[in-house]
Ligand binder design. Structure first.
Ligand SMILES: NC(=O)c1ccc[n+]([C@@H]2O[C@H](COP(=O)([O-])OP(=O)(O)OC[C@H]3O[C@@H](n4cnc5c(N)ncnc54)[C@H](OP(=O)(O)O)[C@@H]3O)[C@@H](O)[C@H]2O)c1
Length: 332
């Protein structure tokens, strides 16, 4: 491509604003915005100097000038919008969780292959320079073989069963909203996909998962222990533990710093790389690289592994979304 890419944004909520700002900060062009509530798209366009706003946001998918669409709507809408974008030949960067389940994801991946476009999940962990550096250190044996990864993620969301965090009609629940970070982090540092997963879960009054403990192990015997909560604050902290030491990362979804503690010497090392505030910039840069032919940092195979684990967990929990079981609600 011998010109700047034309980005389009679907949605005008919190993360859409952050992405528009990241695109603008890096001198890129947000060519178009589409939103269910048209007036909000008009305001958004004014704020970020966006050329094109559509009366009906579905027109955005058919606009020949659009190269790549960033989808920033709730989880339950992702699959439908990915399919609409990809079938019109658009590259897609979709917010987490990329789909509700593996079936939806496989359909989207197959269509993206057929249409020869890039499909990626906006998973910050895969794009942060710190994680890229730490993974290389781990692969080079810096702290020995990894035996255990411990991961926490807990947000305190008000008990409002209508918001996107708790509402089953908007694919609420801790797993898809924050568990996706924890499992993606685990997959990023593991040698292979876990093949054993056990869990215990407590539902919120709306029937979606509120608190869970998840333990996973892969064929190499590497173990992961995850704790998630949606109405109880926890630090976003992980420990990646090897034979010779451990790496401690706080705020791992967008981390810029980690501490390594070496067991024998008790020495600590601080590793710094990248900037937390540039998380979405790293993400969009990797997306553009992939569109131009180098998709090394897109890691769609990991996205697929993570989605499989989440799909299996919800099956075990008998927790399905309305889209998955016709009009019925999630079983409370
Ligand atoms: N990567 C990150 O760090 C991060 C952070 C936060 C969220 N996220 C993810 O980003 C996505 C959006 O989250 P958010 O917090 O930005 O949400 P939000 O602020 O509630 O915004 C949601 C947007 O989606 C639109 N929308 C809602 N339901 C829709 C529907 N049925 N059809 C079409 N459009 C619809 C809304 O349009 P209206 O204006 O018409 O309501 C609004 O523009 C989620 O997948 C979330 O998990 C990622």
């Amino acid at each position: 491509m011998d010109r700047m890419m034309n980005w389009a944004i679907l949605g005008t909520g919190d993360i859409a604003n952050e992405m528009a700002q990241a695109l603008k900060n890096t001198g890129r062009k947000v060519y178009a915005v589409g939103n269910r509530t048209h007036e909000k798209a008009v305001d958004f366009a004014k704020e970020y100097e966006i050329e094109k706003v559509y009366d009906n946001f579905h027109e955005m998918f058919q606009d020949d000038a659009v190269d790549v669409i960033y989808i920033a709507t709730p989880h339950n809408t992702h699959s439908e919008f990915i399919m609409e974008a990809v079938s019109n030949g658009k590259h897609v960067l979709c917010e987490k969780a990329i789909t509700l389940n593996s079936k939806e994801l496989e359909k989207a991946i197959n269509l993206a292959k057929e249409k020869n476009v890039v499909l990626a999940e906006a998973m910050t962990i895969y794009h942060m320079p710190l994680h890229k550096k730490l993974r290389k250190m781990v692969e080079e044996g810096g702290i020995g073989d990894i035996g255990m990864i411990q991961i926490n993620f807990g947000s305190f969301k008000e008990y409002n069963m209508d918001n996107r965090f708790f509402n089953p009609k908007m694919a609420g629940g801790a797993l898809l909203d924050i568990g996706v970070y924890a499992i993606s982090l685990a997959r990023y540092y593991l040698k292979s996909q876990p093949n054993q997963v056990v869990s215990i879960m407590k539902k919120a009054p709306s029937g979606v998962d509120e608190i869970s403990g998840i333990v996973m192990q892969n064929a190499e015997g590497q173990m992961v222990v995850i704790s998630l909560s949606l109405h109880t604050k926890q630090p976003k902290r992980c420990n990646i533990c090897g034979e010779n030491g451990y790496i401690e990362i706080v705020d791992y979804p967008r981390a810029e710093e980690a501490k390594i503690v070496y067991t024998e010497s008790a020495k600590t090392e601080i590793v710094k790389e990248g900037e937390m505030s540039l998380a979405l910039q790293y993400e969009l840069e990797d997306m553009e690289k992939a569109i131009l032919g180098n998709d090394d940092d897109i890691l769609l195979d990991y996205t697929r592994d993570v989605m499989q684990i989440m799909t299996d967990l919800r099956k075990e929990w008998e927790m399905y979304y309305p889209e998955e079981i016709g009009k019925a609600a999630v079983s409370a």
